[in-house]
Design a protein around this ligand. Structure first.
Ligand SMILES: Nc1ncnc2c1ncn2[C@@H]1O[C@H](COP(=O)(O)OP(=O)(O)OP(=O)(O)O)[C@@H](O)[C@H]1O
Ligand SMILES: [Mg+2]
Length: 500
């Protein structure tokens, strides 16, 4: 196999952070080359240098043996290096075809644009990916998975040589991930090279040829995936052997803290359940089953059209998030970039937002107390940031997640709702988040976790509820032993006998 891309001795610093130090990265023509490393290891930065988003401080980039400069995204694109960003770049109200040819409007190749021809070409590109999408559909009507396919079609339109996928699977359902893999195989057949970033080891083993591991901004290893197993790859990523977690299987004595009675919103119907003190309750279901919508109903984001919520036996009216926060709830939302974090504020400001009243003494906010408590949390949760004044937007994804969790710790919320808490979080940090959840409940809080990873729920929950089309269809009290039943219930919506 010939080398298509070589990055040599790449270094890049941001204020206070050496994001990359003398990194070497070499990719062969026609392979799926995976890039992995803990949150903040430098993966996205390395790829952004390749995509012309950031200038490098030092080093060289070679494409097909020739030294190249990528000083803008347009440069990279012209050279055939295309990035599928995690934040997709589609325009929601335009159609699929319009999105695919968005870039081409600006530079009509023959002086004018034949819309009919472009439409036909767009359909051909989509068909090439083997997926049934009508190019006249507005993008806003597509599922997340189909949106990503449109992004890929856009990339093909640009005559890509190398396609970079930075955590493409985080927002996809399992079916959609399988489709994505089929498409990747198709692209490889067409001679395209793929760089694939993900924290999910199973995906790497399923789709990758080789893997490069970064740790703390440095190159650690490049190896063939079929010469590695999960344990050895994990060790390369975190730099030490991971001890197996010992989960306490003890069921807490059930004392009801929260009860939901026949909740209805536009997206959920007739949802009743209760949450115990010190309990970790899981919400499982396929994408679109209503888990996020249930959390939003509890948190006062989506108004209830019927039903009631009780806390400690008293009915509470939660009609806004600020009300939810006041009665002691906190939400760690699914989409941290748009909902959970304010990227333009500092780590400190993000961490303390909901808790200002706790630090206010007769109207005066004690900055000293805030600072010292935040410093404690940053240390406890092992957040990688130069300091608390760094902008949230400059932190890597997993570290943003930890800051969002820390704000509810600082606020001392008694019920914390987690929506996909470990999405885009590396395996080391994942275990840390599980530990944080365990500590929360040990300290008397209660937790609801919605997740599409059944293994995750099995590992941390005392009880799992399964949702299907907006309703709860099953309750599982022995999650470790009931994987098959849980999966079945989620797929079929079949009501299971409530087993005690
Ligand atoms: N624009 C920026 N300004 C300042 N620091 C940054 C910027 N972008 C990244 N960093 C820092 O550089 C380091 C590497 O970040 P990068 O986003 O490349 O990590 P990553 O490996 O992609 O992590 P994740 O798995 O969480 O996405 C981190 O410490 C991050 O905080
Ligand atoms: Mg990244």
């Amino acid at each position: 196999m010939s080398e298509i891309l070589k990055m040599q001795n790449i270094s890049k610093s941001f204020p206070g952070v050496k994001a990359l130090q003398n990194v070497n990265f070499s990719v062969n023509q026609g392979e799926v080359h995976c890039l992995i490393g803990a949150n903040g290891a430098g993966k996205s930065t390395l790829m952004k240098i390749l995509a012309g988003v950031y200038p490098k401080d030092e080093g060289e980039v070679y494409l097909q043996g020739e030294k190249v400069t990528m000083s803008s995204p347009a440069d990279s694109k012209r050279l055939g290096v295309i990035t599928i960003h995690q934040e997709l770049s589609l325009v929601e109200h335009l159609t699929v075809a319009e999105n695919i040819y968005l870039g081409s409007y600006a530079q009509p190749r023959f002086g004018f644009v034949s819309w009919k021809r472009l439409r036909k070409q767009a359909q051909e590109l989509i068909d090439r990916l083997g997926i049934a999408i009508d190019v006249d559909t507005p993008v806003s009507e597509l599922s997340m998975g189909h949106k990503q396919i449109v992004e890929l079609a856009k990339a093909l339109e640009g005559n890509a040589k190398v396609i970079i996928m930075d955590e493409p699977s985080t927002t996809l359902s399992e079916n959609e991930i399988r489709t994505l893999f089929t498409i990747i195989e198709e692209l490889i057949k067409q001679g395209i090279t793929i760089i694939y970033i993900s924290h999910k080891l199973e995906e790497l083993f399923a789709i990758g040829d080789r893997v490069t591991v970064l740790r703390d901004g440095k190159w650690v290893a490049t190896q063939k995936l079929d010469e590695l197993d999960q344990a050895s790859l994990t060790e390369l990523i975190i730099g030490y052997k991971m001890e197996k977690q010992v989960r306490s299987t003890e069921q807490p004595n059930f004392t009801e803290l929260l009860r939901a009675e026949a909740l209805h919103t536009r997206q959920i119907s007739n949802v009743s359940f209760s949450l115990g003190k010190g309990e970790v309750l899981g919400l499982y279901g396929l994408v679109g089953a209503g888990r996020t919508e249930l959390l939003k109903a509890l948190y006062g984001v989506d108004p209830l059209s019927a039903g009631a919520i009780y806390l400690d036996g008293n009915q509470v009216k939660i009609d806004s998030p600020s009300k939810a926060i006041r009665v002691g709830m906190g939400l760690v939302p699914e989409n941290r970039k748009t909902e959970g974090a304010i990227l333009g504020l500092s780590v400190e400001e993000n961490a303390v937002l909901p808790a200002y009243d706790r630090f206010a003494n007769g109207g005066i906010i004690s900055l000293g107390r805030i600072r010292s408590e935040i410093a404690d949390k940053i240390r406890e949760l092992n957040v990688k940031t130069p300091d608390a004044l760094t902008l949230m937007g400059n932190l890597s994804g997993g570290n943003q997640q930890k800051v969002i969790i820390s704000k509810w710790l600082i606020r001392k919320s008694q019920i914390i709702l987690f929506d996909e808490p470990t999405q885009g979080v590396d395996i080391g940090a994942k275990q840390e988040i599980y530990k944080i959840i365990q500590r929360l409940v040990a300290e008397g809080a209660s937790v609801i976790v919605a997740s599409s990873e059944i293994n995750e729920l099995q590992e941390i929950c005392n009880r799992i509820l399964v949702m299907f089309r907006g309703s709860i269809v099953g309750e599982f009290r022995d999650p470790q032993a009931q994987k098959e039943e849980i999966l079945k219930s989620a797929v079929t919506g079949g009501t299971t006998l409530w087993n005690t």
